[in-house]
Design a protein around this ligand. Structure first.
Ligand SMILES: NC(=O)C1=CN([C@@H]2O[C@H](COP(=O)(O)OP(=O)(O)OC[C@H]3O[C@@H](n4cnc5c(N)ncnc54)[C@H](O)[C@@H]3O)[C@@H](O)[C@H]2O)C=CC1
Ligand SMILES: CC(C)CCC[C@@H](C)[C@H]1CC[C@H]2C3=C(CC[C@]12C)[C@@]1(C)CCC(=O)C[C@@H]1CC3
Length: 345
């Protein structure tokens, strides 16, 4: 008779482990003595001791192979927000997350840690020191965010102490750091095309940007503190650098660090938002004929021109969270990690 091995508490799977956050998480888990399975639609690297399972998370059978004898699952897979593909977001973030939960049940997984997003409460207007009890956005800024809300609800509602299946959601904001395919590359591309000359609004809006290693730290703390008698069960936690910064100061520091000029001229927020909305509408209408990808989407303009920073007091209290890397050091390390994006490189 086949015996089912008891999952070890240090055997985990990272769904989306080939991605920016996922790979940093895998590396840190390995340092901490975990055995790691990566599940992803692509294999982006090789690491001794890490077992790769290539597959789509909507495929339950493929997932089950990666979850065998695993006790902790980190789910940090998602289509990129910029893909702007409604059907894909629905399929992966909502239907796929249902499949992940089902596969966890079948494989006897004990803990599921979801990477959600602080944007689940953001509607394009100011949020200052927002706490986790803010209501979900009724009008999310884009379809990516809409599906992140549904995804978070699914995971938190699946938490069941009776069934021995515990869940928690981590809500990071503005993740950056080495190997990020999004923030720094988009910023540099915009600068190289001569479009980073303007500050949207008066430039005083404060935003959280969170160094990837701090986000990883929050995920591992959550996994290790998630127990049936802990307050973490079925809850969401903001994980930030706890150092809100002016959006345009942050962008300027990255740009100047890489040898580009910082934006200097101010444009009214409503004007830029209106233009971005118009361009977005045109792109949607012309989609059957040509593919236009505007740089200044309404979502990016809203993120660039409003306050949105969050309190991580709950994570400090319930899991002893403190950011490991301060913002100043995080920016220096990030800039140094992109020699190929320096001006003139
Ligand atoms: N980057 C950011 O600023 C923020 C990201 N997040 C969340 O953090 C998580 C990780 O994001 P990043 O590392 O930035 O993104 P990423 O795009 O670098 O990584 C996502 C990974 O998911 C994989 N994936 C996508 N669809 C899949 C599928 N159907 N089956 C299996 N794997 C699939 C991709 O291949 C990729 O490796 C996502 O859930 C995202 O929503 C939340 C807040 C901010
Ligand atoms: C062209 C410029 C106005 C802006 C360039 C920087 C942006 C690419 C980034 C600034 C804030 C970032 C951000 C995200 C993606 C990259 C930015 C828009 C997210 C949307 C990623 C996914 C999330 O869950 C929320 C993030 C908020 C901040």
């Amino acid at each position: 008779m086949a015996t089912r091995l008891r999952p070890s508490s240090k055997r985990c799977a990272v769904i989306g482990g080939s991605g920016f956050l996922g790979r940093h998480l895998v590396e840190r888990l390995m340092d901490r003595g975990y055995t790691v399975n990566v599940f992803d639609i692509r294999q982006a690297y090789e690491l001794p001791g890490v077992t790769f399972h290539q597959g789509d998370l909507c495929d339950r059978q493929a997932l089950l192979l990666a979850l065998k004898e695993v006790s902790v699952v980190f789910h940090c897979a998602s289509p990129a927000p910029a893909s702007d593909d409604r059907a894909l977001f629905q399929r992966v973030n909502i239907d796929g997350t249902r499949t992940v939960i089902q596969a966890c049940h079948e494989a006897g997984v004990q803990k599921l840690i979801l990477t959600s997003s602080a944007s689940v409460v953001f509607e394009g207007t100011d949020i200052k020191n927002g706490r986790e009890d803010l209501p979900y956005a009724k009008k999310p800024i884009d379809y990516y965010t809409e599906t992140k809300i549904q995804q978070e609800k699914l995971v938190l509602e699946a938490c069941s102490k009776d069934q021995g299946f515990l869940t928690v959601a981590i809500r990071p904001h503005g993740i950056f750091g080495p190997r990020d395919p999004q923030l720094v590359p988009i910023l540099v591309d915009t600068a190289r095309r001569g479009k980073m000359k303007f500050i949207i609004g008066d430039g005083s809006n404060l935003v959280d940007f969170t160094f990837v290693e701090n986000v990883v730290h929050g995920h591992i703390l959550a996994a290790e503190h998630l127990k049936a008698d802990s307050p973490l069960c079925g809850q969401a936690y903001h994980i930030t650098n706890d150092e809100p910064v002016r959006f345009w100061d942050f962008m300027s520091q990255i740009l100047e660090g890489l040898g580009y000029s910082a934006p200097r001229y101010h444009l009214p927020y409503t004007l830029v938002y209106g233009i971005a909305l118009l361009l977005w509408l045109m792109a949607v209408l012309l989609r059957p004929l040509i593919q236009i990808k505007p740089t200044f989407t309404p979502m990016r303009v809203a993120l660039a021109g409003t306050h949105h920073y969050y309190s991580c007091a709950r994570a400090k209290k319930d899991m002893g969270y403190q950011p490991l890397v301060p913002l100043r050091e995080a920016i220096v390390r990030t800039v140094e990690s992109y020699p190929h994006l320096r001006k003139g490189a």
